[in-house]
Design a protein around this ligand. Structure first.
Ligand SMILES: [Zn+2]
Ligand SMILES: [Zn+2]
Length: 344
């Protein structure tokens, strides 16, 4: 029987590789192929040292290219040969903090279908928890203070993981294996609803419900989201929209509209397949759509304008009557809220 020689390689990758589930992916792949070594984040990207029989190393490299997580971008791969050292296993190593920063900062990603399902499941420990995320979704850019991408370098530093979240973080078969912003109601951030004078009127789920009630009553709610504040009103309430215009001193420039679902967008706007894809993409952009029919949308939202700036919600979730319609099984289908995700 021919014995394949053992090789060790150092592979340096540059591109968008941190905060996108790349290290857990590499860990699983190496372990599946029976290879040893390590992967770690550094200021210049991700480094892998990998050791094993040459055919397995080649399969490893091929599969990195083919199977890497959807949001990764590889700009460059450098590979050098090292002397084998005969380690027994593969590990995710502590990040390397020295060196010049060259890696890209990953963007915030809209809640994925799996996380959404959890937040809408009354039996799940993240039921109605607005800060739910995993390796495939959630905040990145807005919470990263410095690189490499580790929890310690993010605004989540102040929220130590509880036992359950730590188990997810350390379990290689879990969707939250090495998810740096992992959080739950027991250990993560929570919502508060503040009065105009800064006093706390409600917290946690009661804050969510009270904010939704305030919107229904025609109030303006300032919602602190990931990247800043959203000023929200009920877009069907002409008086409320006008009051927002007065306060903002914004005479006629159109406001963006958040819809709960794609189906609800279609009742008001014309929607091509491409526009639908854009709305559902993880970047969750505002898309300009042509109005198709008279609707309940207040005139003052976009006066004398044939278009509406439309978006779907970026964060999880509230329970609303059309939740069932929202969960169409699409990868990035998201839940709704008209102003109910109050990040504080
Ligand atoms: Zn997720
Ligand atoms: Zn937790």
């Amino acid at each position: 029987m021919k014995v394949e020689p053992i090789e060790r390689r150092r592979i340096q990758l540059r591109g968008l590789l941190q905060g996108v589930g790349f290290r857990p992916f590499v860990f699983r792949l190496a372990t599946d192929l029976g290879l040893s070594g390590a992967v770690w984040n550094g200021p210049a990207g991700v480094t892998i040292e990998i050791e094993g029989a040459r055919p397995n190393l080649e399969t490893f490299l091929l599969r990195i290219e083919r199977e890497r997580p959807v949001h990764t971008v590889i700009d460059r791969i450098d590979s050098t040969l090292l002397d084998p050292i005969g380690e027994a296993r593969f590990e995710i190593r502590e990040s390397d903090r020295a060196g010049i920063r060259e890696t890209s900062v990953p963007p915030d990603l809209a809640t994925c279908a799996d996380c959404l399902r959890e937040t809408l499941d009354p039996a799940n420990r993240r039921y109605r928890y607005p800060f739910t995320n995993c390796t495939h979704c959630g905040p990145r850019f807005s919470m990263i203070e410095s690189l490499p991408y580790d929890r310690i370098n993010t605004t989540m530093r102040g929220f130590p993981l509880c036992g359950d979240c730590r188990n997810e973080y350390e379990n290689r078969s879990d969707r939250r294996f090495h998810a740096e912003p992992n959080a739950c109601p027991a250990c993560g951030p929570h919502l508060e609803l503040w009065e105009p004078d800064g006093s706390v009127r409600a917290s946690r789920d009661a804050a969510l419900r009270a904010a939704a009630d305030a919107l229904r009553l025609g109030k303006i709610v300032a919602v602190k989201g990931l990247g800043g504040f959203h000023l929200m009103v009920d877009a069907r309430n002409e008086e409320a929209v006008q009051r927002l215009r007065l306060r903002k001193i914004r005479e006629a420039k159109p406001f963006a509209l958040m819809f709960p679902t794609l189906a609800s967008v279609k009742t008001v706007c014309r929607l091509s397949e491409l526009e639908a894809r854009l709305l559902l993409s993880p970047e969750s952009p505002i898309v300009l759509l042509k109005k198709s029919a008279p609707s309940a949308i207040a005139f003052s939202v976009a006066p004398e304008n044939p278009y509406l700036g439309v978006l779907l919600p970026l964060h999880p979730p509230s329970s609303s009557p059309d939740v069932g319609a929202r969960l169409s099984g699409r990868r990035h289908q998201r839940q709704s809220v008209r102003g109910t995700d109050l990040h504080r």
